[in-house]
Design a protein around this ligand. Sequence first.
Ligand code: AMP
Ligand code: MG
Length: 705
Amino acid sequence: MTGFDSFIVVDWSARSAPSPVRESPDSIWIGMARRGEEEVDCSYLRTRAAAMAFLTERLDAELAANRRTLVGFDFPFGYPKGFAEVVTGTKDPLALWADLAERIEDAPDNSNNRFAVATALNQLFPGVGPFWGCPLAAANADLPEKGTARKDHGLPERRQTEQALPRAQPCWKLYTTGSVGSQALLGLPRLHALRERYGAQLAVAPFQAPDRPIVLAEVFPSLIADVIDQLQSDDEIKDRAQVRVLARALSRLDPGHLNRLLREGDAEEGWILGLGHEDQLRAAALPALRPPPLRNDCFALPAGVDWTPVDDALAMLRERLRPVVGVESVPLMQAAGRILAADVVARRSNPPLPNTAVDGYGFAAATLGPGDQVLPLVDGRAAAGVPFAGEVPAAHAIRVLTGAALPAGVDTVVLDEDCTVAHGQVAFRAGFKSGANTRRAGEDVATGDIALRKGRVLTPADLALAAAVGVSELPVQEPLRVAVLSTGDELRAPGSDARAGQIFDANRPMLLSLLARMGHVPCDMGIVSDDRATLRQVLADAAAQADVIITSGGASAGDEDHVSALLREAGAMQEWRIALKPGRPLALGLWDGVPVFGLPGNPVAALVCTLIFAAPAMSVLAGAGWRDPQGFTVPAAFEKRKKPGRREYLRARVREGRAEVFKSEGSGRISGLSWAEGLVELPDGAATIQPGDPVRYIPFGSFGL
Ligand code: AMP
Ligand code: MG
């Protein structure tokens, strides 16, 4: 079953007369959002009957169009444990809905009998209560005006889902500020009517699997009250802002995640959708914030510079670039390789409780006398996930298994191998250390610690850590989309016919796969001939769909070097003449605000320039910060003399601990790229290298390949 297409949030009302003609608070508001659309349709309804007519009309239309709809109502779908059974004879909350539907009368003008129904329900219970609160005139011996007058009715005051929400009012309170009791009494019969109307097309979460075309769920906009405050516009009525913001948040949650949320909760009492996942709801409620574009002069070079040394060029990129992508939230299982967009704070300690690191016998060290020990064993044991409920008395021991929480009265464990056990006793030698073989709660990570720092490229081990500290959703950067195009009249797509003078486009498959390996999203813009009008069009297309553009070929200052010419014409290009071999001219610029890396056409130069310049620059743009590739000093297996003036990168690999370089330095030799497993970096100045001399080797893996 796919996700939902439409998301309706209803702010219900228990008014006894129609709401004012003029839009006002404390009335029924209905917000409707569609997946992928920003606008939320908000409606004001004056009576419950009008709201139901409106809703069924919408739901009929969605069903007819084959769209799935999630409908949230802001009142409890169930009552505290024990209520349904006394009223209906079963624990089934849906049977209670049917029962309430029999009892409640709710006229088209909102007049209703809810206080009489509450009185009758109270009479089913001993003592006074549980319902309370009504206008003085409606008060009677069975329905007190004050909550304190209730006694001995035997029911819990709150549902489980409300335990952690002091702001949520118990459903027994029927009258005055913030009460939801009357809303539920007048709402559940209406939900029952929806069930009757839509039959097997409708499911109620969490009582039924949320896999039908219409799913009803209980919502509580105050879960994200802070965000609603923030997004409420100046003259907007609060209730409207609530349904608007929550409907949009639901529409933007990951469908799989939403599906899991709908299954959480209690089958008798019901559950507030998203409780405990407020961070995800908040993130989904906030409009996708994208950072402002880069400044037009971000690639400007200081005047009068002829050849820019590699380190200067890198320092300039590092200083001037910043992230250009927004933030989204993904389930833990899908987060590997993504860039963490905010620090992750531990919600739970690891380990959560003090526990034993070995299988053995536990006791309290301070309660033992000196010398060798013989201790009586307590009945029972503590195992991982199955704690021992009692307390271990002084100078007693208990069987414990690895990972078990230490029982009360235990702070030290001796290993199985060091013990003799017989006749309900355990014996071991003197000399154990207090606290031995145990792990302290939070010794790895404590609740509230920063477990993972913003900017990390998430590894499998990071996911283990996030899971251990109770985090199941991670804020990550949206992926960086990188458009790749090759320029040159001589280029043909691999697999097509090539006439004399034509060559196959080797750069595009290389660059596209390279970007994917680096964790970016490559967009293939194909081959562009050496024609300025076409190139202009393709650059515009690329800028519309990507965050970065990488071109190869045409980057120098020659007649056919249209990339550099066009960028110069747009006033946003700099030809970076970098003192680098292979490579040299690198055209850097902005096209419609999108950074363009104009690489040389030679595949060897294109790869080297991508790894040395574009890779760290894209890392910043993607939100992972600047990354210098990790190199290693190894003895050379080659001989080489180089002149001063340019840094050089040689195609290389390590065999038997020594760096070998490719037999030819020709920059068109693609076979050498394929042979290589990394680069040897030779310094800017002159160098004479003999076999055995130390050289810097950077494996391709250090560039994220
Ligand atoms: P350019 O930078 O356009 O002057 O090209 C430099 C050299 O690289 C020329 O020999 C081009 O034919 C070659 N070249 C340019 N683009 C590619 C490509 N995509 N695949 C293979 N070779 C290319
Ligand atoms: Mg060319």
